[in-house]
Design a protein. Sequence first.
Length: 134
Amino acid sequence: MKKEAIICIIIVIVISAGNIITQRYTKESVETLSSGLETLKTDLNNELDNKEKKSNEKILEQIKIVEENWQSRHDKLAYYIEHDELEKVENNLTALDSFIQTEEYADAIKELDESVFVLKHIQEKYAFNLKNIF
C-alpha cells in the first residue's frame, strides 16, 4: 500500500512539473511571437497610412524574422499541442507573408490579427486551471 501511494505521488509530481515547464514555454513563445507580430502590424499600418515610408524590404525582413522564430519554436510546441492548432498559425503566417509580398497590407493586417488571436487561444486552451481540467 505504501509503495502504491509513493508511486502515485511521484506520478502527480512529474505531471505537474511537466505541465509547468510546457506552460511556461508556451507563454514565452506566444509573447515573443505576438510582440514580433505587433511590431510588424505597426509598420504595416504606417506603410498603409503613408505616414512613414518604409521599404517593402524592411517589412519582408521582419516577417522572415517572425517566421524563423516560429519555425524554431514549432518543433518543441508540436510535442504537446495539437497539430491542428499549430497548423492554423502556420497557415496564417503563410498568408501574411504572401500578402506582404504582394503589398496588400490591409489583408496582411487581417491575417496578422488572426495569427495573434490563434496564438492567444492556444495559450489559454493549454493553461493549467480548473476551467480546463473540468
